[in-house]
Design a protein around this ligand. Structure first.
Ligand SMILES: [Zn+2]
Length: 636
């Protein structure tokens, strides 16, 4: 087995951490399974789509303005370079799946263009070089210069780990060296209004061993919360600059900024053995996950500043829930999982991946949601890009699509980890993985229809007869499970969220883990008053929703109620793309509601008519006819 192709987030051997990632070459998802199908769709549709859009929208042309090859107007928002970098990162991770001359050429030719556009001192930014050279480093609150640099660095690290474009790493290091010189220890005090550089510099340190990158990342964290960014349009909390990161008690401000910052905090904490910083991240996890996260795993309710609201301010229809925040949550959770080994972080990765992230991409992989509400009202005006009724092929601010592409291309790197005891499987998908284990190497082949079925068959072999532990995550939604080893039921508990099987695996052994997966009705904490009197339907890791497409003609979704006393049943649905299982439920619909918006509380309900309901996975919504949708359904 080669371990030359490390994936995103590869802590050094000196880092704090309970778990170690597997190399990208060691894991393969089969396209028969849902996660593998998503990964194949990403390769076949989403990455080529992003590459096309870079040209079609003039984003690459912006760089040619720097090199004198174009005199067109600067196109798009001032941080457009980051879309190029995220697409290059996706291309690099994709190359680990198998060589692709087109993607390799994209990386090489773009790296060459970037090298030409780079200034003599290493600075690289198409907007500030050609449009406002006098503002270079002068407006860090909004300039996104270090944010763009961070994405360049992450693309270069991915390329290096994929044995692709060496020139990209040369470009990134020249820029990173300039950043260290200017903002590193002993340099100017400054932080970027949009975190990203922190985690990128730690990854660059991991890829190069050059300590000043890590020290500069730590310095950016320690300088935050000192008011360097000012109040801006939305106040210092918008930038997470209102309180030092070690003292923060509550997630606040722009959700993507907050979550990228938290990912950087964990990266710095584990590489510098800074348990105080890690403890601060754990506190923030409790704040975010207990009071400010949607049922789908999405973050951030406020549209005005793309921000977290107050605790329990989680309106389903006005959820902002930006796709990038969902991706950032997944990235943060992975870092917390590696650092602590605690199952709750893997549980959250599963939830946000299968729901909020899954919903952001159309079934054809070529259109995307930016915001991800849990309720789209009948009659919604979808003309606003912030809250469209349908996925759009691109956006004025197209941060989300290439972010999805880079996550999906590297998705197989997040399934399992190695540790001193053996191997842990966190996410279940059909495929094969190999892992170092004490005394040798293990191979695990997984056959499953998860998440449609809870039966997971794992065939395990190892090159050593030395005993080691296979740990399988028992998801928090799972109330009951059984496990067989070579056909014999064995006792097992999962007190800390993992079922552990310790033995010698030197002959092929078949494990059948059966996670009981009934449909569940979920209610919200009473303080989430926006959904009081409602329940959501879930099954396994999936949140389901009602869609207009499944209602009789003339039925208004908001007039529908669920009868919670009737059973909710899984039903096969061969007609839905990628979705063999929907849920059938019973409910009522008010056929003649009064047009008056308010009425006497003591007045009897209008006559309600019985109605059979079909709920489909939330990630599928808006793939058929456009129309209303809701996750939280009123009881009645
Ligand atoms: Zn975004």
């Amino acid at each position: 087995m080669t371990d030359s192709h490390l994936g995103p987030v590869s802590p050094t051997t000196e880092a704090l951490g309970a778990l170690r990632p597997l190399s990208l070459d060691a894991v393969r998802l089969d396209a028969d399974g849902l996660l593998g199908a998503w990964q194949r769709r990403n390769a076949e549709a989403t990455i080529p789509h992003c590459v096309d859009e870079l040209s079609a929208t003039g984003t690459l042309e912006n760089l040619r303005r720097v090199t004198g090859q174009s005199d067109r107007e600067f196109a798009g928002m001032w941080f457009r370079d980051s879309d190029i970098y995220k697409t290059l990162e996706a291309a690099a991770w994709q190359l680990v799946h198998g060589d692709d001359p087109g993607l390799r050429d994209l990386l090489d030719s773009t790296a060459s263009l970037l090298a030409k556009a780079q200034q003599d001192d290493g600075y690289l930014n198409s907007y500030f070089t050609t449009v406002h050279p006098e503002k270079r480093w002068q407006e860090l609150d909004w300039s996104h210069e270090l944010y763009c640099a961070g994405h360049l660095i992450q693309a270069a690290v991915a390329a290096a780990r994929a044995d692709a474009s060496a020139e990209l790493m040369t470009v990134a290091r020249r820029f990173a060296d300039l950043i260290v010189e200017r903002f590193g220890p002993g340099g100017t005090d400054g932080v970027d209004g949009h975190p990203e550089i922190e985690t990128a510099l730690v990854e660059l340190y991991r890829a190069t061993g050059h300590r000043p990158y890590l020290d500069t990342a730590r310095r950016f964290l320690d300088l935050r919360g000192q008011g360097l960014l000012g109040e801006g349009r939305f106040g210092a909390a918008y930038f997470q600059d209102h309180v030092p990161v070690r003292e923060a008690e509550e997630v606040a401000g722009h959700a993507v900024r907050q979550l990228y910052l938290l990912a950087g905090m964990v990266d710095v904490a584990v590489e510098t053995h800074d348990t105080e910083l890690l403890d601060a991240a754990k506190r923030m996890w409790d704040s975010a996950l207990h009071t400010k996260t949607y049922l789908t795993g999405a973050h951030g309710s406020r549209h005005r500043d793309e921000a977290y609201g107050d605790p329990y301010e989680l309106p389903p229809d006005r959820a902002y829930a930006e796709t990038c925040a969902s991706i950032a949550s997944f990235h943060w959770a992975w870092r917390m999982l590696l650092a602590t080994g605690e199952h709750r972080y893997a549980d959250e990765m599963e939830r946000v991946l299968h729901n909020a992230i899954g919903a952001a991409i159309a079934a054809d992989g070529r259109s995307f949601f930016y915001s991800n509400p849990l309720h789209l009202r009948t009659g919604h005006d979808g003309s606003d890009e912030d809250a469209p009724s349908e996925r759009l092929s691109w956006y004025t601010c197209p941060c989300c699509p290439p972010n999805l592409a880079r996550l999906m291309a590297s998705l197989h790197g997040y399934l399992a980890t190695a540790d001193d005891d053996g191997l842990r499987v966190h996410l279940y998908g059909e495929g094969i993985l190999r892992s170092p284990v004490p005394g040798g190497e293990a191979e695990v082949t997984t056959r499953t229809a998860y998440p449609w079925d809870g039966r997971i068959e794992l065939t395990v072999t190892a090159t050593t007869d030395r005993p080691w532990t296979l740990a399988l995550r028992i998801p928090r939604w799972c109330g009951r499970f059984t496990v067989e080893v070579d056909g014999t039921t064995v006792a097992g508990d999962a007190e800390d969220g993992y079922l552990r099987l310790t033995r010698s695996w030197n002959t092929p052994t078949v494990i059948v883990l059966d996670l009981h997966m009934p449909a569940r009705l979920v209610s919200a904490h009473p303080r989430v008053d926006a959904v009081r009197g409602c329940v959501a339907l879930t099954r396994g890791p999936l949140v389901y929703c009602l869609e207009q497409a499944d209602l009789p003609d003339g039925t208004v979704l908001e007039d529908v109620r669920l009868d919670a006393s009737a059973p909710v049943r899984p039903v096969e649905r061969a007609d839905l793309p990628e979705v063999p299982v929907a849920l059938a439920a019973d409910g009522t619909v008010d056929r003649s509601p009064s047009p008056e918006p308010y009425r006497d509380h003591a007045a009897a309900d209008d006559a309600a008519e019985r109605l059979s309901l079909t709920a489909v996975p939330y990630f599928l919504w808006a793939n058929r006819t456009p129309g209303s949708m809701r996750v939280w359904i009123p009881l009645g």
